[in-house]
Design a binder for this molecule. Structure first.
Ligand code: ADP
Ligand code: MG
Length: 344
């Protein structure tokens, strides 16, 4: 088994890139690997000479979003094992695609709606009596592109903008910095985050290349909740999690940086539901964002992504197996992926 691990040679590798962990694990386990930039001219010929291609492609890079999947799927057609494979990656960073798919899989999700015509949106707004609703751009993470619409007037304004100029999908520097500063709990944490400012700046620069999102309105029902959301991941038949408090005076948790662990939040029902959904999606590695309804204790999947902050999930210190067994240990997603690729 000879692996190719993609690493972009003209960008500084982000500290959260899975390619760093893959390389470390390959070295540790003596698995032959080659670091290669799939965007180098002629590199596809080298890829075809290997048995597997691993690519942690990013939603903040236009190049990754346009070309990673064609390269991966072509490599698969050639007979290589790939990560992420089709079922985990075709809907990556596209909440509209995910909603269709999760609905098709009978998953527990918030009521949602998509409007591709301004007149349809206006009709819906004039008839709707349940406010607020949550409006999202198709793309983005860290809650940058998620907002609450409180009333009819704001809904009309939002639609007017989505059906004209649209919104920039890149992260907001102001939102990111205020979230980060507010959730700092110690001076060590402050310096840790300060060291990552240049990294965020590079991400922000790259993400500015994306065109405006427009031509649709995508909404979800607002789920009143107990002030946090969960990231529950199912990878290679194992389940792990982290919990995130919402920002102060805000309903949004993702990107708040205020992470905590409480194993009792991950009950049997939720675990069974996610193992089930992950099977129906034919998924190998998926992070599900979950909001728990304050009233009914019912959990709903609000979005999903094959890539996530794996080290924060591993810090939970536990993982569950499909049969319900709780194991003390660190769920290491890149290592699980490597195991999966090498063994199937
Ligand atoms: N339908 C919803 N009801 C209540 N809160 C929500 C809903 N959708 C999103 N949120 C909150 O907003 C945050 C960001 O939404 P999410 O869809 O996960 O976008 P992102 O891709 O930016 O993480 C979530 O972490 C959650 O706290
Ligand atoms: Mg999210």
């Amino acid at each position: 088994m000879r692996l190719v691990i993609h690493r972009d040679s003209d960008k500084k590798t982000h500290s959260s890139s899975w390619s760093l962990s893959w390389e470390a694990h390959c070295k540790e386990q003596g698995i032959p690997y080659k670091i290669l930039d799939v965007f180098d001219p002629g590199s596809f010929r080298t890829i075809m000479d290997h048995d597997a291609l691993l690519m942690h492609f990013s939603n903040y890079s236009v190049r990754d979003m346009l070309y990673a999947r064609p390269i991966l799927y072509a490599a698969k057609q050639r007979g290589l094992r790939i990560f992420p494979d089709f079922f985990d990656s075709w809907h990556f960073d596209d909440k509209i695609a995910q909603s269709y798919l999760l609905e098709a899989a009978d998953a527990s999700i918030p009521r949602w709606n998509i409007f591709y015509r301004k007149s349809d949106w206006q009709d819906w707004v004039s008839q709707n009596s349940e406010w607020p609703v949550v409006a999202k751009l198709r793309t983005g993470s860290g809650a940058h592109n998620v907002k609450m619409i409180h009333d009819r007037g704001s809904a009309i304004k939002y639609g007017n903008k989505m059906f004209s100029r649209g919104f920039k999908p890149n992260p907001s520097v102001f939102f990111k910095s205020t979230s980060n500063i507010r959730s700092v709990k110690s001076s060590e944490m402050f310096f840790q985050r300060a060291r990552r400012v240049p990294e965020f700046f590079r991400t922000w620069l790259a993400a500015r290349e994306f065109p405006n999102e427009k031509g649709y309105v995508y909404i979800q029902e607002f789920i009143p909740n107990a002030g946090f959301d969960l990231k529950v991941v199912v990878v290679n038949g194992k389940l792990g999690y982290l919990a995130r408090r919402v920002r102060h005076g805000d309903f949004r948790a993702s990107g708040s940086g205020d992470i905590f662990y409480d194993h009792s939040l991950i009950d049997r029902d939720l675990r069974d539901q996610l193992f089930d959904v992950s099977d129906r999606l034919q998924s190998v590695c998926m992070g599900f964002d979950i909001v728990i309804d304050e009233a009914g204790n019912k959990s709903k999947i609000i979005e999903m992504s094959y890539g996530y902050a794996h080290s924060a999930v591993s810090k939970a210190g536990v993982l569950w197996k499909r049969d319900g067994e709780l194991v003390e240990g660190h769920l290491d997603a890149p290592a699980e992926i490597l195991d999966f690729i090498v063994s199937y």
